[in-house]
Design a protein around this ligand. Sequence first.
Ligand SMILES: [Zn+2]
Length: 94
Amino acid sequence: MNLLIIRLLIFAVLFYAGLKLFGMYRQWQRDRLTQEREDQQQDGGHMVRCRWCEVHLPENEALRNDGQWFCSSAHRDRFLQEQKQHPRDNDTDQ
Ligand SMILES: [Zn+2]
């Protein structure tokens, strides 16, 4: 009878350890995946689109202004100028 309880205990401990190891393995795998994704982002970069000329370029080479992306300061300035002269649909009626 005692032996059965010991066996059950050992089984429970092994089961628990297995779950723990599996959890650690999953965590490790997830960390590796995020690491790889970060590496990829450093290589290619996340692509954004210039609001003015609609050309695609890596995020780290783009300029950001008010949540809009631009390929150069010239295009940013032109876009802002254009907006001042002809305000676009969403901010016309106030
Ligand atoms: Zn542009």
